[in-house]
Structures are given as C-alpha cells and as structure tokens.
Ligand binder design. Structure first.
Ligand code: NAD
Length: 431
C-alpha cells in the first residue's frame, strides 16, 4: 500500500521504517528540511535500536522523505498524522501543530481526485479527530468525510527504546474509524502483524490511548507513594511490591519506586486528560495526585543529598543519567532536569554523564560539565545522583572509588551495595 507519514519524530520515523519493512511504499513529510535530508540518506533522525538499519535498508526505494505535502499525498492513498501534541501553558493539550498539519493535508487532498484516508496517530484528547481534524480537512480540501476521504484514529503504544520491537509485536491494534470502509483498508496495513485488531469509533480509540498511559503513570506514582511511606518505616518497598505484584490482578510491572516518570508521553498525556476532564466539568482528583506525586519525587533526591552533605553550595555533584529512561537519547520531561535545576539554584558544581543524551541536555543546561564516561563525572565528586537506569551504572564499583566523598544516592534502584567493593555511603530514594 502507498502511505505518507506526516511528522518524522519518534512515532513517525519508527512507523515509516516499520511500514516499509512490512512491504508498503512510504513517503515521510516533515517541515524540518534537515530531517528530510537525513531520511533520504538512510540516516535515522532520532536514536532507536534497529531504526537506522531499517532506514538504510529501505531508503531511496520504499522509504523517501519530502517537505512537499502535494507530492506525498498525490503518491499515497493513506496519510498518517504523527506530529507532536505538546502541553499548553495550563497543561491542556496544544493542538496547534495538529491543526497546521491537517490544514496542509487538506490543501493537498483538494488537488487529488481519488479517495484518500487520513489517520490520526498523534495522541489526541477524545473528540479531536472528529471535531478538529475532520472539519479542518473538509475546510481546506472542500471535500466531504465519508464520501471523498476516510478518517480514523489509530493510537500508537510503542515504548521509546523498544519502539521497533513494539511496532512489529503489538499487543493491541486499535482502529477507530468513522466508517467500515476506512477501517477495513487500514487493517490491511497491519495484515502481516500477528495481533488482533479492535474496531471502534475515533473518540473511543483516543480515550484508550489516554487510559493506557494514565493507568501506567498511576501505577508508578502509587508505587512511589508506597515507597516513600516504606522508607520512613524502614520497610523494603521492593520486597513489598514483589509480593503484591505476584497477585495476577495487579501484575509485577510498573511497581518500581524511584525518581518518577518522565518522557514525552506520561506527564503530557495525564495532564491532557486532566485538562479534558475539567473542560467537561469533571474534577479528576486521582489524576491530579498522580502528577503531584511525580513532581515531588525527583526533589526528594535533593533532600537526601542535603541530609548527607549539609550545604550543597560549591560542592561537586555528579548526575549520572540524563535521558528520561535507558536506551534513548530523549530527555523530554526527564527527572534529571528538575534535579539539575535545583542543584544549580543551590550553587552546586554539577558534572554529568549519559551514554546518549548529553548532546540534548547541553541545549537545556549549557553551564554544567559533561563527561564522556561515568568515571570522568565521578572524579573528585562529593556525591553522585543516579537518575537513569542505564545498565552500565550497575557496575560502577571502581568509578565510585574516584569520588572525594563516596555518597551515592540511587534514584533507580540500580546498585546492589553488597556487590560493591568500594566503601560507599549508599542511600536509595525509597528504600
Ligand atoms: P516529535 O516531536 O518527536 O516529532 C514530531 C515531528 O513532526 C517533528 O519532526 C516535527 O518537525 C514534525 N512537524 C511539526 N509540524 C509539522 C507539520 N506541520 N507538518 C509536518 N511535520 C511537522 O513527536 P513524537 O514523539 O514522534 O510524538 C508524535 C505524537 O505521537 C505525539 O502526539 C505523541 O504524544 C504521540 N506518541 C509518542 C510516543 C513516543 O514514545 N514518543 C509514543 C506514542 C505516541
């Protein structure tokens, strides 16, 4: 099938590479000329395990990129909208990028005389596909939904770091189309994947995505709250959660306490659902608490640091891990950001290391010292804060020996103190 994909970020690029691998002809559309150039050269514009290999394999033949909507829409039967849906100032969803992409898509559809299908893959609050995207495309194309073009919402559930695997091995495919014809054509795209397809309407598909992420975020904030209580009581929260997670109704996943959740999805999506709920006159008490617990959690790292060091002013603090999680260079809403900001506010001398994300973090904090290894960041440090669960932090033993004071505050339950030969002053965030 011939597919165009609007937006070449995490979701758009991964979808493009995977659809090409599934045998479809793919054209990426992005307003960023540099990303377009990279994709056409077989270079992945973002880091994701296995992505560059797929892009090199399909570049030029089954996977090309352009900034030209008319060119891409004329040569495809289906367009996915995969642009960003950031939080607005009050946390509610900002749909301005989706509106702009829909308008450009509408103008391109106006010049076409064949039926075209529009699929929203961006995460959007319920009613967006039918009340924002559909009318925008009708307005700019002069055509009618259901007659001249089909429209559907098809949420994406991939995890950054495991995105290619998740796309190719989904546990659910949700197609919320306005009519059966559109739904049937979309399901053909996924025919080679071994997964049942759920057909529903657009607003249910939109809601499924929010509920999925909000529930996972709730599990994390719940585990963090329990972890905070356990710490005060001298109880090992990991032992508690391991036993609790063995209950088949609960499951052991997402019960790890630590510095909280970040990334481009959980914080933004929970806030967007809160905004939508308030818009329709409902006060979402539980969801607001999920965000509140998550915002307080990283600052508990600083409380522990101050309890160990006293004043932080002028002291060298190594921050290990800048990405919001391991195996990605994505720092959006990373829990290390509020921690570094607070350290700088308190006058600390911050050194940092991340295997992939230093380049991105330099755009946020240009004055801290970035190192090429954990050992470099730890040398002569007065304390170290572990913020991301990179595997290499499990074997930092000799690195800790380079510190001036071997105070290690672990925000991710990475260190097993019994395995460390150095004499470290170790404290876990919630344990
Ligand atoms: P992103 O910010 O990484 O990428 C968006 C891309 O869209 C950028 O390359 C940008 O240049 C491009 N763009 C902006 N305006 C455009 C326009 N008018 N026309 C064409 N291209 C335009 O975003 P992302 O992380 O890929 O997320 C995209 C959507 O998918 C969001 O709604 C997000 O919530 C959702 N989502 C993300 C993930 C994830 O793990 N990142 C997972 C599931 C769903």
């Amino acid at each position: 099938m011939k597919v165009s994909i609007i937006g070449s970020g995490y979701v758009g690029t991964v979808s493009a590479a995977c659809f090409a691998e599934l045998g479809h002809e793919v054209i990426c559309i992005d307003i960023d000329g540099e990303k377009v150039r990279q994709i056409n050269a077989g270079i992945a514009p973002i880091y994701e395990e296995g992505l560059e290999e797929l892009m090199q394999k399909h570049a030029e033949q089954h996977l090309i990129a352009t900034t030209d909507y008319d060119y891409a829409v004329a040569r495809s039967d289906i367009s996915f909208i995969c642009v960003g849906t950031p939080s607005g100032d009050d946390g509610s969803i900002d749909l301005s990028i989706v509106r702009a992409a829909s308008a450009s898509l509408g103008r391109a559809i106006a010049k076409k005389d064949r039926y075209h299908i529009v699929i929203v893959k961006s995460t959007v609050v319920p009613e967006t596909t039918e009340k924002v995207v559909l009318p925008t495309i009708e307005q700019y194309s002069g055509k009618r939904a259901g007659k001249d073009f089909g429209i559907a919402m098809n949420p994406e559930f991939l995890r950054e770091g495991k995105a290619i695997y998740d796309f190719m091995h989904p546990d659910k495919i949700i197609i919320g189309a306005i009519d059966k014809r559109t739904g049937a054509i979309i399901s053909e795209l996924y025919r080679r994947l071994d997964c049942e397809v759920t057909y529903t309407d657009p607003k249910t598909a939109e809601m499924i995505k929010y509920v999925n992420n909000s529930f996972l975020a709730t599990k994390i904030s719940f585990s963090n709250e329990i972890g905070n209580i356990c710490k005060k009581l001298g109880i090992n929260t990991y032992e508690v959660m391991k036993a609790v997670g063995s209950d088949f109704r609960i499951s052991p996943n997402f019960l790890n306490s630590g510095a909280g959740f970040g990334g481009s999805c959980f914080p933004k999506d929970v806030k967007a659902l809160i905004g939508k709920a308030k818009d329709i006159g409902y006060a979402p008490i539980l969801l607001e608490s999920v965000i509140e617990v998550n915002e307080q959690q990283p600052l508990k790292m600083i409380e522990l640091l101050k309890a160990k060091l006293g004043s932080v002013k002028g002291r060298r603090v190594a921050v290990l891990g800048l990405a919001f999680k391991n195996d990605t260079d994505d720092i959006r809403e990373s829990r290390s950001i509020p921690v570094i900001a607070e350290l700088l506010r308190l006058g600390a001398d911050v050194t940092a290391y991340d295997p992939m994300a230093s380049g991105e973090m330099k755009k946020v904090f240009s004055t801290i010292t970035y190192h090429l290894s954990a050992a470099g960041a730890l040398k002569d440090a007065d304390a170290c804060l572990i913020m991301t669960e990179w595997d290499e932090f499990k074997s930092l033993d000799s690195g800790f020996g380079l510190m001036r004071n071997s105070i290690v505050i672990d925000g991710r339950h990475m260190i097993v103190p019994q395995d460390i030969e150095q004499d470290i002053d170790y404290v876990g965030l919630c344990w």
